[in-house]
Ligand binder design. Structure first.
Ligand SMILES: Nc1ncnc2c1ncn2[C@@H]1O[C@H](COP(=O)(O)OP(=O)(O)O)[C@@H](O)[C@H]1O
Ligand SMILES: [Mg+2]
Length: 661
């Protein structure tokens, strides 16, 4: 009884507001009538429907439907329509059809056609070639459908042209009809059905005409009008996946007019990752790789590939003398002159900006320094032992001029004290390993550009000695690109690299610095491949201007994920996602979490294998968060040798032993 009473009560409560609802709705309706709605604002003042057109506001519209299609189509065969130079709306309606229904229809149709042919043959007439062709098509379609290779669709294609004047509309209509007939499309106007035609080509997905034609999957697929550029060659290495159509971006940079590449992206966008991946894959195809690594990121990669990892510090035994000459003689090139030019660049960083007077004195000093060692423009003399930084210092000090003395003072700290170990020694190193990385991370920030310049010059000297397919990587190039003379040196390499079968990769996060000098821009225009990864808002405008990006591409670069961006090669560009295989990822990642995990694994591997269960449990106890994941974690490498005793042992039983004491 009580329950009943309660229910009634609820009912009563519900009934109370009911009579109010209609009054509220009526009130709202009344209120809406008095206000301006969105439809009021966008609706045209009048619509006039004629036999041959429909006028909406001030514009005239005319709709066509397609009745005849070509027998064979090739990919993107509708491009003449898509590229037709007039305002228009195009609608395509695809209706999937059940294959069984179609199959029985086809069977009947085939029987009809066979009957026609045999009766014609019996009457002694020549068989109609049209029927013969249709029969062949039907038979092959029947086979494809029965096998499930193809599916069956009905396809409707409508086009509405529009124009401000009726005359223009008529002219455009004639042009469209003749354009379409050139690709064997037969069109008709929707006479007396202009309104339906108009509605069917507005983006509301309603087909009021329903004039469809049979099509199989292949034909339908090639009708799809938006074919995007693909960057796939039959040779080269894979760079990533084309995000627009899922195809692979496979490219051989050495096949382009130059093999240089510029990678731009904000810090953490995945530049170094991309470069490492490329270096790894190029290396596997026999390319020699040389890396200048200011962040010390390439060590794991170099070690895995059994490459050489040279660390550039005072205590490191490897020395490079910036005064080294290549000992090469090339027709029309003054080796010593080029070297002095490069040294100007280097000393520009070492001593700070030089004015014209200082520059002239430095030039004299450099020539004199080489002369004192018996080295002149004559190539025969250039095999002699080159001078050192301190020889230049002495020459400058010995000059009468006060400016020269000042210059020598600015040089002093590089030949005395700790820095002399780095910059003031004869070279004792040669690039013999096909994978060599120079780390300059241990140097102070202000010395890095100097070291970078020296290494770059050294590498350039060596590279020219023997012709091999090489890749030279300059990560964080902004360190030296902000110095005009160094930038000019990098540009010189970019320009001449092709001659030496060398590919130069420059990566930078600081687009402003990179593109602030003309040399930076010139390096960019001398690079056939350009990669744009995620950009920061402060630099996107510059990027947009330099690369002529559309608004959409600009948005994409602002919001892209790690390893995602635009890949430019020559005239084409596509949206790319860089993807590495798990084994590649483990070598090239610089994610500290993953690196720590790898280190743990290595130390676990090297630790004694026969540890007691209690020992291994205490390790688990120390790391409770990691303890839970590995059992279910499928992606972590199979724990074969090392922590299996941790992972496979049931975690429930031993802990009480540990907890007891
Ligand atoms: N395509 C990618 N897939 C997975 N991880 C990536 C990818 N690209 C970069 N990473 C990770 O993102 C982080 C930043 O990448 P990094 O190449 O060092 O950036 P940048 O050199 O642009 O500063 C690293 O931890 C790296 O492992
Ligand atoms: Mg980096």
């Amino acid at each position: 009884m009580k329950l009943f009473g309660q229910k009634q009560k609820q009912n009563n409560q519900k009934q109370v507001p009911k009579p109010e609802a209609p009054t509220t709705l009526a009130g709202i309706a009344k209120l809406e009538k008095g206000t301006t709605s969105l439809a009021d604002i966008i609706a045209p003042s009048s619509v006039e429907v004629d036999f041959n057109y429909i006028r909406v506001g001030n514009s005239f519209y005319k709709t066509f439907f397609v009745v005849g299609y070509p027998r064979f189509v090739s990919p993107n065969w509708l491009s003449p329509l898509i590229d037709f130079d007039h305002s228009m709306n195009i609608s395509m309606f695809c209706y999937p059809t059940l294959s069984n229904d179609v199959l029985s229809d086809i069977r009947r149709k085939i029987a009809e056609m066979e009957a026609t042919i045999s009766s014609q043959a019996e009457e002694g007439k020549i068989v109609d070639p049209k029927v013969q062709a249709a029969l062949e098509d039907a038979l092959s379609l029947q086979e494809q459908l029965a096998k499930g290779v193809e599916r069956f669709f009905q396809f409707g294609l409508y086009i509405t042209l529009f124009s401000e004047s009726l005359q223009d509309l008529e002219e455009a209509s004639k042009k469209l009809t003749s354009t379409l007939s050139s690709i064997l499309l037969i069109t008709k106007t929707t006479t007396l059905q202009m309104e339906d035609g108009f509605k069917s080509t507005t983006p509301i997905g309603v087909d009021k005409l329903y004039i469809a034609r049979n099509m199989d999957t292949t034909s339908l697929a090639s009708t799809f009008p938006f074919t995007s550029a693909t960057l796939t060659q039959d040779k080269g290495i894979m760079y990533g996946i084309n995000e627009q159509n899922g195809s692979l971006i496979v490219f051989d940079r050495y096949s382009l007019e130059n093999a240089n590449e510029v990678v731009l992206g904000k810090s953490g966008a995945g530049k170094s990752y991309l470069i490492k991946l490329e270096a790894l894959r190029q290396f596997m195809f026999g390319t020699e790789v040389i890396i200048i690594d200011p962040e010390g990121e390439y060590e794991a990669l170099a070690k895995t590939l059994e490459g050489e990892y040279v660390s550039f510090t005072a205590s490191d035994p490897v020395k490079i003398n910036p005064f080294d000459l290549s000992g090469l003689y090339e027709e029309g090139e003054n080796e010593l002159g080029l070297k002095i030019l490069s040294l100007h660049g280097l000393l520009g960083i070492v001593m700070g900006k030089l004015d014209a007077g200082e520059d002239a004195i430095l030039d004299r000093g450099l020539v004199e320094t080489y002369r004192q060692k018996g080295i002149t423009a004559d190539p025969a003399t250039q095999k002699k032992l080159p001078p050192l930084m301190e020889d230049l210092y002495k020459v400058l000090l010995g000059m009468e001029d006060q400016t020269a003395k000042n210059l020598s003072l600015r040089l002093e700290k590089f030949i005395k004290g700790s820095l002399s170990g780095i910059f003031n020694q004869q070279s004792n190193f040669d690039i013999t390993n096909p994978f060599t990385a120079f780390s300059i991370k241990a140097l102070e920030e202000e010395l890095r550009p100097i070291a970078m310049h020296i290494v770059l010059d050294f590498v350039w000297t060596r590279v020219r000695k023997s012709l091999k397919r090489r890749l030279l990587i300059l990560d964080e190039a902004w360190y030296i690109m902000k110095y005009e003379d160094s930038a000019s040196f990098v540009y010189g390499i970019a320009k001449r690299a092709r001659k030496y079968y060398l590919a130069l990769t420059t990566a930078t996060q600081d687009v402003q610095d990179f593109l602030s000098t003309d040399y930076g821009k010139a390096v960019l225009s001398n690079s056939s491949i350009q990669m744009l990864l995620k950009q920061s808002p402060s630099e996107i405008d510059l990027i947009q201007k330099v690369f002529y990006l559309s608004e959409g591409e600009k948005e994409l670069l602002l919001s892209s994920d790690i390893g995602e961006g635009l890949f430019f090669a020559g005239q084409n560009h596509v949206v790319m996602k860089v993807i590495a295989a798990p084994f590649e990822h483990s070598i090239i990642t610089s994610n500290p979490q993953e690196l720590a995990k790898q280190q743990d694994q290595i130390s676990a591997e090297t630790a004694p294998q026969n540890s007691s269960p209690i020992d291994s449990m205490s390790a688990v106890e120390k790391n409770p968060s990691e303890n839970q994941t590995p059992v279910s974690n499928q992606t972590s490498p199979p724990p074969n040798q090392n922590p299996p005793d941790i992972n496979t042992a049931p975690p429930q039983s031993p802990p009480p032993v540990l907890n007891k004491p």
